[in-house]
Design a protein around this ligand. Structure first.
Ligand code: ASP
Length: 365
């Protein structure tokens, strides 16, 4: 048997492409990435909670503003909204009652990205993610380091736990077990405070919704793509848990000449499928965003059936994934879609020449 290195190509031939090129040519050419063309029509696509800033955002794209500036402003409004309990201020906290935020942004024109995870006490994590992208040679900062970085760049220290979110967390603590010493208040007036979370505090309910995030993707007038995703993550998560939102390729991804995608819902599934980069890879190969989203969702269903061997609760009684997951996508042709794993009356937000509006998500189940 010869020396193992004998079978390997030498470095020079790899660099010259002599060895890699035949293999690579079997895949769809990423050459479109270098051909950013003027867009027929500027476009924004995202989660339904991003709708508020989309009309103005679209007008800015029409005026020729860069997509990254626009998407970050669109989600900043959601981060600052205390009524949205899944993002930024007012986001539901972790097990310890601490709001920990995850966010990322990506710019197709420079193929660069930045993100922050488990960031506390900073109102605009998506803006900090952009600073990571533009003012460091890194992609991801976490926890205390991310906080110090944000403070260094002038972001204020903010208490993100609203009274409403604190009440919900308290009720969760008080009702999570009958074997501890915490007692919820008697049913009645107190419940009005957290009645906005269906099932929370109701011992008869199996579970309650723990998801929520905001995503926005843009196609600019110049034909460039950009995206951002920002979240407080799963409600009452294990401290330090990081979801898909700040992970490039999982909670968001874009590529010049191909398109942009993002995810909301159970982050672990989006991580294990590298969901957003999987969607963009299909866009690159020419798939319609709807078909790309549904194809990746189908893969996630197959993966979930494997995962259910050790985590049966991931499937419902019909063998369908029991959790929520949504994918949003646009391509550089101006085509777009939002798809959901399950649920019939779900919507996503879109803005183009026909206006800013909610449209129904395509559903797999
Ligand atoms: N994807 C987010 C996460 O897993 C949560 C969500 O969108 O509901 O952190």
């Amino acid at each position: 048997m010869g020396h193992p290195s004998a079978a390997r190509p030498d470095r020079r031939s790899v660099i010259a492409g002599a060895v890699l090129l035949p293999t690579m040519s079997a895949f769809p050419r990423p050459g479109r990435a270098r051909e950013a063309r003027p867009a027929a029509e500027p476009l924004l696509v995202g989660s339904s909670n991003a709708l508020g800033g989309m009309e103005e955002g679209h007008a800015r794209l029409v005026r020729g503003e860069p997509g990254l500036d626009v998407v970050i402003d669109v989600v900043s409004a959601v981060e600052a909204d205390p009524e949205d309990t899944s993002v930024g201020l007012g986001g539901l906290p972790n097990e310890d009652g601490v709001v920990q935020l995850d966010a990322a942004c990506m710019d197709g024109a420079t193929h660069n990205a930045g993100s922050v995870a488990a960031l506390e006490n900073i109102l605009h994590p998506a803006r900090v993610a952009r600073l990571v992208m533009e003012r460091t040679d890194h992609c991801l900062l976490v926890g205390k380091g991310a906080y110090e970085f944000a403070r260094m760049h002038g972001h204020e220290h903010v208490d993100l736990l609203t009274e409403k979110a604190r009440e919900a967390w308290l009720r969760w603590r008080e009702t999570m077990s009958t074997r501890d010493d915490r007692l919820p208040p008697p049913a009645g007036k107190e419940d009005e405070k957290t009645g906005w979370i269906p099932g929370l505090g109701d011992p008869a309910a199996d579970s309650f919704p723990r998801h929520g995030t905001t995503h926005c993707s843009a196609l600019s007038r110049a034909g460039d793509v950009a995206c951002t995703t920002t979240t407080s993550g799963l409600a009452f998560k294990v401290p330090g848990r990081v979801g898909d939102s700040p992970l490039i390729g999982c909670g968001l991804y874009c590529e010049a000449g191909s398109g942009s995608a993002g995810a909301t819902g159970r982050g672990e599934s989006a991580i294990l499928a590298n969901a957003s980069s999987a969607v963009v890879a299909l866009l690159r190969a020419g798939a319609h965003p709807r078909d790309a989203g549904l194809e990746v969702m189908s893969r996630i269903v197959e993966q979930t059936r494997l995962q259910a061997a050790w985590q049966p609760g991931l499937l419902d009684e019909k063998g369908i994934p029991s959790f929520g997951l949504e994918l949003y996508a646009l391509d550089t042709e101006g085509r777009f879609a939002g798809v959901t794993l399950r649920g019939k009356d779900r919507e996503f937000a879109v803005a183009n020449a026909d206006g800013a509006r909610l449209e129904p998500l395509e559903t797999l189940f």
